[in-house]
Ligand binder design. Structure first.
Ligand code: NAD
Length: 351
């Protein structure tokens, strides 16, 4: 098990250090090697994705990433900015499937802006296609028409094989969960997503145990805040997934708790918290490392096929929360406020 560890910027190094502690405590014989990315890559090699970092990521079975970005890099040319390193590594590794769970531990139900009974025990997996759709489709651009008026163009497009491969990821995950897939589209208006729906229906024949339903994206956005517990796995294209996964993450109220995975066709993956580099709290040892620690659990589950070990990490996190241990972002009166590194230690102790 070779893991490339890319801490990145801001709180990245602090939270990744806690995840590394957890990996070591698991005693699973993982080999880890660190390399800079984002602003740290720019500082080290003048490039947000240094050649050596990319090489290490390509040679590894999985990548553990902290976060990239800092306000001080906002004035750099676009291709030198930290975020560019992230987009490039996703593309270079062909990570087309983005998995974003929205899980609300019952102990944190009061952190949500929704009523506790609506969200308590929530467990949704959003599977978002990451390399196609209107974000990448050609033609695109801003041009000037003959009458001198400017026009902006983007193109929504998906071919069958792109839809089928993301669909397969969603159905396979559903088989390991509650065997329900809700495919989100706008088939009443957009032909691209009419094809999306047809391919999902064809694919579902290979998964007779999985219940496939369809929902228009506007309704899905509404249902996510009305009755989110109706969902198990949701699968959708790049732009709808971008919006819905952020909406779903906020149901849980605490961005510091949410992991994510991006996978290629062989289940090699990059694992990272859903949040950014939080420069406002960097270097203070107060960030919540649980999203990064839970990203390790996803890594064990999806890349290394170690479900029991993944469960062990999730149970340890649950135990720590049940014991009332909280970082500042999820702190409520009557619980014990701890630092980032103390939270890491608490998870290791619970393991
Ligand atoms: P952010 O997610 O970094 O922070 C938003 C808010 O949430 C901040 O108040 C921050 O303190 C808080 N927060 C985030 N993670 C936390 C944690 N683990 N524990 C406690 N509090 C936490 O988003 P932003 O402020 O919009 O962006 C800051 C930088 O991060 C920017 O440079 C942006 O480009 C970058 N960014 C990177 C990624 C990534 O690396 N995947 C994602 C989003 C934003």
């Amino acid at each position: 098990m070779k893991i490339a560890v890319l801490p990145g910027d801001g709180i990245g190094p602090e939270i990744v250090a806690q995840a590394v502690k957890v990996i070591k405590a698991m005693n699973i014989g993982a080999q880890m090697q660190e390399a800079p990315i984002g602003g740290a890559g720019y500082e080290a090699a003048g490039d947000p994705l240094p050649e050596a970092t990319l090489k290490l990521a390509k040679e590894s079975d999985a990548v553990l990433l902290g976060a990239v970005g800092d306000w001080k890099y906002d004035t750099l040319p676009r291709d030198k900015r930290p975020e560019r390193g992230l987009l490039r590594i996703r593309k270079e590794l062909n990570l087309f499937a983005n998995l974003r769970p929205a899980v609300l531990y019952p102990e944190l139900a009061s952190a949500s802006t929704l009523k506790p009974e609506v969200v308590s025990g929530l467990d949704i997996m959003i599977v978002r296609e990451l390399t196609g759709d209107i974000y990448f489709g050609q033609p695109r651009g801003i041009s000037t028409l003959e009458n001198g008026e400017r026009e902006g163009i983007n193109t929504m497009r998906y071919n069958e094989s792109e839809i089928r491969r993301i669909g397969r990821v969603a159905f396979d995950i559903a088989m390991k969960r509650n065997k329900k897939v809700c495919s989100v589209d706008k088939a009443n208006v957009l032909e691209t997503t009419e094809l999306w729906r047809q391919v999902m229906i064809e694919l579902s024949k290979d998964y007779p145990e999985v219940e496939l339903t369809h929902m228009y994206v506007d309704n899905a956005a509404m249902q996510l805040v009305r009755a989110p517990k109706q969902f198990d796995v949701m699968v959708t294209g790049n732009i709808f997934g971008d919006i819905l996964s952020d909406e779903a993450s906020m149901l849980t109220g605490s961005i510091g708790m949410l992991p994510s995975a991006s996978l290629d066709e062989n289940n090699k993956g990059m694992y990272e918290p859903s949040h950014g580099s939080a420069p406002d709290i960097a270097g203070k040892n107060i960030a919540n490392p649980l999203a990064t620690i839970l990203s390790v659990s996803m890594m064990l589950r999806y890349t290394f096929n170690m479900a029991a070990e993944a469960d062990r990490i999730e149970k340890a996190v649950g135990k720590v929360l049940a014991n009332g241990v909280r970082t500042a972002d999820i702190y409520t009166e009557g619980t014990a406020k701890v630092s980032c590194s103390e939270m890491g230690d608490a998870v290791v102790a619970a393991l």
